[in-house]
Each structure stands twice: as structure tokens, then as C-alpha cells.
Design a protein around this ligand. Sequence first.
Ligand SMILES: Cc1cc2nc3c(=O)[nH]c(=O)nc-3n(C[C@H](O)[C@H](O)[C@H](O)COP(=O)(O)OP(=O)(O)OC[C@H]3O[C@@H](n4cnc5c(N)ncnc54)[C@H](O)[C@@H]3O)c2cc1C
Length: 296
Amino acid sequence: MERSAKEDIQKFDIAIVGGGPAGLTLAVGLVSIMPELKVCICDKHQFKVPDDARSLALAAGVTRIFRFLGIWDEMKKNSSPISRMEITDSAPSDRSRPLFLAFDGAVGHDQPFAHMIPFRDIVAALLTKAKGNVELIDGVEAVSLDNEGSAARIGFADGSAIEAELVVAADGSRSKLRSLASIKTIINDYKQVGLVSTIAHEFEHNQTAYEHFRSAGPFASLPLKGKTSSLVWTETAQNAQDLIKLSPKEQEKHIEEAMGHCLGGVELKQPIQGFPLRLCIAREFVRPRLALMGDA
Ligand SMILES: Cc1cc2nc3c(=O)[nH]c(=O)nc-3n(C[C@H](O)[C@H](O)[C@H](O)COP(=O)(O)OP(=O)(O)OC[C@H]3O[C@@H](n4cnc5c(N)ncnc54)[C@H](O)[C@@H]3O)c2cc1C
């Protein structure tokens, strides 16, 4: 890319491309520890709380980061701790489901080993903290990268550009910056789909996560607030398609059976959503003036 001395482009110490949970956490963390740094985050979408009904399981180590950043209390307001995990591996048709493995306990005072947090609350708390502390540049899609000079330059689809001492690619599993830097990946298409939904159920979950290992893959229910749980399980692509076509009543019956009725009768609170599953690992994580993070 040619550079003209006359160009008036914004310069940063660190430019993060991708305002998902990884990019936002890094940005907020950097300015908390080193407020003198000039940090920006660029995203092709608007910076707003996403319309995403998923909840994520955050292990205690991750929640410590958010405690340190002073946003944990806000983030966890609709969360449920996971205090116990029960794993079974019986076939759905078996009459009983003996426990294969169970563990419980906390990693410290008031620190269960994980929490279930609505994705929206994670992003909302990070965005609130980022506003005013980090330069948020949205509606810009990174399409070019020049990381060979004394500063890296990112070019956007609208013709604008910025420069930074370091560019962080936090632009997700199909990272554009990773491919612009010609970083190779190891990819394995599992030919499976991750299905997610939220259910209300008859019995208390008692802050327990249940995981049922089936031949089709794991089926997990993770506790949310009250008598509700988040479901995440894997199916072959064909089975997932067939399941999504069923009526809600038929889907609920399928879920109750897959769970061995451990939470009693269930009612779907959200339509089942499918996410194709594939492994994608970058072969390198750093290049001059470029670092990959998160799903990138
Ligand atoms: C069904 C499911 C369940 C999951 N459950 C869990 C869980 O329980 N716990 C957990 O920790 N994780 C879970 N994950 C994984 C978790 O959602 C991801 O690891 C996480 O969202 C990745 O964050 P990220 O910031 O790296 O990338 P993303 O969230 O993908 O964000 C990337 C950002 O980059 C932007 N972007 C992309 N390309 C460009 C470009 N060229 N220019 C500018 N901006 C760009 C996008 O708009 C986006 O905002 C789950 C995932 C799925 C699918």
C-alpha cells in the first residue's frame, strides 16, 4: 500500500479490530492498566447490545478479569452460579441414569467455579465501560492491512484508514486480518451442528449443570435464573435440520428424553438455533505489529 505524507489519518498506540467480547475486554483492560495508551476498537457493525439470546458459561478465572475491571456486579445481575456438575453417559432408552461423574464446590469465597451469564449482559457491561475510555469506531469494515512500516495501517471498505503501533485482530473465527496477514489455519469441519435454546422446567436446577454424553454428542443444560436453563447440544447436520422442523411440543418431548427427565417437564422459551461446528486454529498468533486474539 502506498503512503502519502499529506494523508491525515488517525493514529493510535493500539487498534483493535472487532468489538466482540474478546476485543472489548482487551480494550477495557488496556486502558484500565495503562490509561496513557490511545486505544481504539473498530467494528463493521454498530456498537450496541446484540440481539443474541445465548448465555455463556464463564469460568471463575474469566470472572476474575471482570471483577478486576469493576464491571462484574453489573454483568452478573441476571446470572446463575454453577455450583455442581453432573455427568451421565447412559443411553436415552435406559431405565436409570447412574452418575458417571459429579463435582461441586467453589474456587474461593463467593466464587463458584463458573457462572451462566446472558451474552447481552456481557457485551452491555463491557460497552458501558469502554464508552469514554476507548475510541469506538463503528460501521467500518477492515479490508486491508500493511504491517511492514514503522506503524501498521488498516484500510477500511469506505476508503478511510487508521495507523497504530500494534493491531489486534479480534475479528472472529473467520478473521479477515488473519487472512490478510497470510496466516494459515488448521480447519476441521465436524459436520455437526451446535443447537442452543432456553427452557423453563418443572424442577429446581439447584445451580447444577447436567451433561449427558450420547452417541450423537454431549447434551448440556446449564442453570439460569429461577427455574430456567440454557441448553446446548450437538447433533449431526441432518438430525439438527430434522429437529428444527419439529413442532415446539415435539421438540420439548425430544429434550425431556435426551435429559432423562432430570428437570421434569420442559417448555421452550426460545426457538432452537443451530450453529455449524468447526475447529479453526491459527498456525501463528503474532506477526510484526499484529497479534491475533479470541476466536481469530
Ligand atoms: C452456540 C455457542 C455457544 C457458546 N457458548 C460459550 C460458552 O458457554 N462460553 C464461552 O466462553 N464461549 C462460548 N461460545 C464461544 C463464544 O461465543 C466466542 O468464543 C466469542 O463470542 C468470541 O468472541 P470474539 O470477540 O473473539 O469474536 P466475535 O464475537 O465473533 O466478534 C468478532 C467481531 O469482529 C467484527 N468483525 C469481523 N470482521 C470484521 C472486519 N473485517 N472489520 C471490522 N470488524 C469485523 C464482528 O462484527 C464482531 O463484532 C459459544 C459459541 C457458540 C456459537
